[in-house]
Design a binder for this molecule. Structure first.
Ligand code: UD1
Length: 356
């Protein structure tokens, strides 16, 4: 059977790396890269470092408004699908690339497999939330990473084809942590074990709101700990647009760098004193690394990380990061919360039985 995988952003490449190596043992896979992320440090480095197979199609769509970006993807993906005639279309997560793949497949009556199904933040202003809901409602097989994701789907009347398989991002961490430690040393980054805060900010909610972005930068600048801040291109351009560079330049404790690779990120997560983020994936990686996480958002779709005590939601407009950091406590890991690191194998085995 032929599986057509559609992806195009940094977090999807991490998941593909975990799944493709197993998938290709049982299926023929055609890989389509939409090009939603296109800078070398947002995409190319992930292909190289994680040994992801070279895409069969590079659509080169790049950045645009949501409508135009998704629309261009629809046109280009449909052409590929008509040419390749796949038996199944595989999509990951919640990006515009996910939605485009799912939409094309549903119109052409091709079964859709959605990995990371059922997540909800219950905030429909997030583009990702719309992408998740729409994709789940047209999917044939829905691979949910947690029990909460399964019950979110049940609440929307989706009961068929739902499997709780754990999280492929946990597979990715298990596979790559040792490689990260072999390849990089903390001293390369000029950092010391448990003495720094690792920050990542890129959600439109935070970056495209001047007050929130300013509050976040000032919060980083206000603390004693060193802050290591790999800056997403969206965030960088908003900082320039709003003229916030002086906040970063005047802060002695902040090191701004370009986006770093996955292996570098894993290493820094492990050694951080705390992680401050608005990313979904990074919240979970903090949990896997047993590092306290402060999530600068009003909701999260990864509610288990909060329940376990390793993560807390903080409104960026009200954040007192210094007080939060001086009161950090460890959470309690919950056995098997995100699976056993063998999610990809389970997914492929279910797909094998279903599509044989
Ligand atoms: C996307 C996903 C989000 C995911 C995130 C991970 C959607 C709606 N959002 O958001 O779910 O968590 O990726 O990073 O699909 N840019 C570059 N170079 C790049 C990529 C982006 O300069 O390689 C800039 C562009 O100015 C662009 C902006 O970043 O306008 C935002 O890019 P976009 O494709 O909208 O996605 P993300 O914000 O990264």
């Amino acid at each position: 059977k032929k599986i057509l995988t559609i992806a195009g952003t940094r977090p999807q490449l991490v998941k593909i790396a975990a799944v493709s190596r197993v998938l290709r043992q049982s299926f023929e896979e055609v890989l389509v890269n939409t090009g939603q992320h296109y800078d070398y440090n947002m995409a190319g480095v992930f292909f190289d470092e994680l040994n992801i197979p070279k895409p069969d199609y590079d659509l080169g769509i790049g950045s645009d408004s949501h409508g135009r970006q998704t629309g261009k993807m629809l046109i280009a993906v449909e052409e590929v699908v008509e040419k390749e005639q796949p038996d199944v279309i595989l999509v990951y997560g919640d990006t515009n690339s996910t939605l485009a793949g799912a939409t094309v497949a549903s119109k052409l009556h091709i079964p859709i497999v959605h990995i990371e199904a059922g997540l909800r933040s219950y905030n429909k202003k997030m583009p990702e939330e719309i992408n998740r809901i729409l994709t789940d409602h047209v999917s044939t097989l829905l691979f949910a990473p947690t029990d909460v994701a399964v019950s979110n789907l049940e609440n929307e009347g989706i009961n068929n084809g739902v499997y709780q398989v754990g999280d492929v991002m946990y597979d990715a961490v298990q596979f790559n942590m040792e490689l990260a430690e072999q390849k990089y040393k903390l001293s390369y980054f000029g950092l010391e074990h448990k003495s720094f805060v690792l920050g990542t900010i890129h959600r439109a909610d935070n970056t495209d709101n001047k007050d929130r972005l300013e509050a976040i930068l000032r919060a980083f600048a206000s603390i004693e700990e060193e802050v290591y801040l790999p800056l997403h291109p969206r965030t960088k351009s908003k900082i320039e647009q709003y003229g916030f560079e002086p906040i970063l330049e005047q802060a002695r404790n902040i090191t701004v760098v370009a986006p770093i690779s996955y292996l570098e990120m894993l290493l820094l997560e492990k050694h951080a004193k705390a992680i401050v983020t608005d990313s979904g994936g990074v919240q979970k990686e903090a949990y896997f690394a047993k590092v306290p996480c402060v999530t600068l958002r009003d909701q999260t779709e990864w509610v288990e990380t909060i329940d376990s005590g390793w993560n807390q939601l903080v409104n960026p407009l009200k954040v007192d990061l210094g007080t939060i950091l001086s009161n950090l406590t460890d959470g309690k890991p919950i056995e098997g919360l995100y699976g056993d690191g063998k999610s990809a194998r389970e997914i492929v085995s279910i797909m094998h039985d279903y599509f044989k």
